[in-house]
Design a protein around this ligand. Sequence first.
Ligand SMILES: Cc1cc2nc3c(=O)[nH]c(=O)nc-3n(C[C@H](O)[C@H](O)[C@H](O)COP(=O)(O)OP(=O)(O)OC[C@H]3O[C@@H](n4cnc5c(N)ncnc54)[C@H](O)[C@@H]3O)c2cc1C
Length: 426
Amino acid sequence: MPQCGTAMSSRIIVVGAGAAGLMAAGQAAESGAEVVLLEKMAQPGRKIRISGKGRCNLTNAAALPDFLARFGKNGRFLRQCFQQFFSLELLRFFAERGLETVTERGGRVFPAQEGRAADVVDVFRHWLDGLPVSLRPGSQVDGLLLDNGQVRGVLCGGNAVLGRAVILAAGGSSYPATGSSGDGCRLAAGAGHSIVPIRPALVPVETGGGLAARLAGLHLRNVGVRLLINGKRKEEAFGELLFMKYGLSGPVILTLSGLMVDALEAGSAVSMVIDLKPALDEQKLDARLLRDFAERRKEPMDSALRGLLPAQMVPVCLDEVGIQAARLAGEVTAAERRRLRGWLKAVVLPVTGYRGFKEAIITAGGVNLAEVDPRTMQSKLCAGLYLAGELLDIQADTGGYNLQAAFSTGWLAGRSAAAALKADSP
Ligand SMILES: Cc1cc2nc3c(=O)[nH]c(=O)nc-3n(C[C@H](O)[C@H](O)[C@H](O)COP(=O)(O)OP(=O)(O)OC[C@H]3O[C@@H](n4cnc5c(N)ncnc54)[C@H](O)[C@@H]3O)c2cc1C
C-alpha cells in the first residue's frame, strides 16, 4: 500500500475541518504536535459558514449548570471538558484573534459584525497558517489503520497517512451538503465503537389536515405552542414559528422537535396546539373581540379580523370556525365569538412525521459516550484514537450550545492527544 509521511514521531491526524477539527488541529499543534488536517470538502468550515443563518451563534452566556442542562442527561459527559475550556475561554480565544462578539437575547453570542459567520472560519485559517498544520482540503478519509487495538493512521484516497494519534471530528449526518454525511460514526464503528442510533434533531415537522399548506410562508412571532403526546400536555414553548407546505418550522418547533421525534418513533400520537394570543387569557380576549367588533360593526368579518390576525390567516380562521367572510362584525353571535376565541387560543395540528437529515440542524445519537474518556476524549476501545464534536452522542437545543460543545471537545481532544505523545516520547 502506498504511504504518505515519514517518521511520524509527533504526527497527529485530524479528520474533518469543522468546528471541532479546526480547534483540535490548532490546539494539538500549539502543544507541540505536527498536524495533518484532512477535510473532504474543497473548503474547511462549511457548516460554520451557514450556522445561525450566516451569523454563527458561537456559544451562549448561560452559566455551566444551565448550559449542561441543555444537553439533557448526556450533558454530564461534557462537565470535565467545559471545566477546562468553556464559553469565557472560547470568547477570549476569538478576542485574542481579533473577533469581537456580542451577546443578544437569550444569552446567544454572535460575532459583533452582522452576518459574519465566515469571519469565524477566517480566524481559524489565519491561526492554523501560523502553526505546523498541513490542511488538506479534498481529502476524504475512508478508513482507520488499526493494529492490535492501536490506531496507526488513516486511509485517504487509496493512500495510508500514518500518525501516532487520530482525532476523528467528521461531524454528524445533518446537512450532508456541508460534508458531514455520517462518515464520523462509520469510521468510529470500524474501530469497534457502538453507535447510539442516529436521528435528525432540531428538525421541522410534518403535520396533517392541510392547514399548514394553506398558511405556507407565514411567519408568526410571540406565539405559544403546547406539545401533546397521547393527548397529554408534555411541553410548552413560546416564540417564533413558520408555516411550511408540509408542516411547521422555526425556533419554537425546532426546540420541541426532539420530544416529537422520540414520541413518533415510539408510535405515540403527537399533536401541537398553537396559542395565537398567549398574552390574553380567555376573558381578556373576549373583551378584545367585543371591542373590535363594536368598533367595526359595519365591516365584513374578513376585514374586521385584520386587526387581530395576519391577512393570510383570516380566511383560514373563518373557515375553521364556520363564520362567513361577508358576515358583518356587528352581527356575530356569542356562540360564534366563543368558537373564534377557542380557535385563537388553540389551533390544533396533528404531527404526522418529521423531515430528514437534509433539513436537521443537528444529529441526535452517535458514538456511545460510555466508550469515550470524558477527561481526554480518547477512545476507551482503541489506543491513540480521539473523538470530538457532533459525531458523539451529544445534542442540545438551539442557542449556541452545539458549537460550544464542538469547540470544547475539539480543544480537549487536540490538547490530550498532543500531551499523550509528549508523555510517550523517549
Ligand atoms: C443550518 C445550521 C445552522 C446551525 N447553526 C448553529 C448555531 O448558530 N449555533 C450552534 O451552536 N450550532 C449551530 N448548528 C450546529 C453546529 O453547526 C454543529 O453542531 C457543529 O458545526 C458541529 O461541528 P463538528 O466539527 O462536529 O462537525 P462539522 O461542522 O459537521 O464538521 C465535520 C467536518 O468533517 C468533514 N468530513 C466528514 N467526513 C469526512 C471524511 N470522511 N474525511 C474527511 N473529512 C470529512 C466534513 O466535510 C466537515 O467539514 C447549525 C447547524 C446547521 C446545519
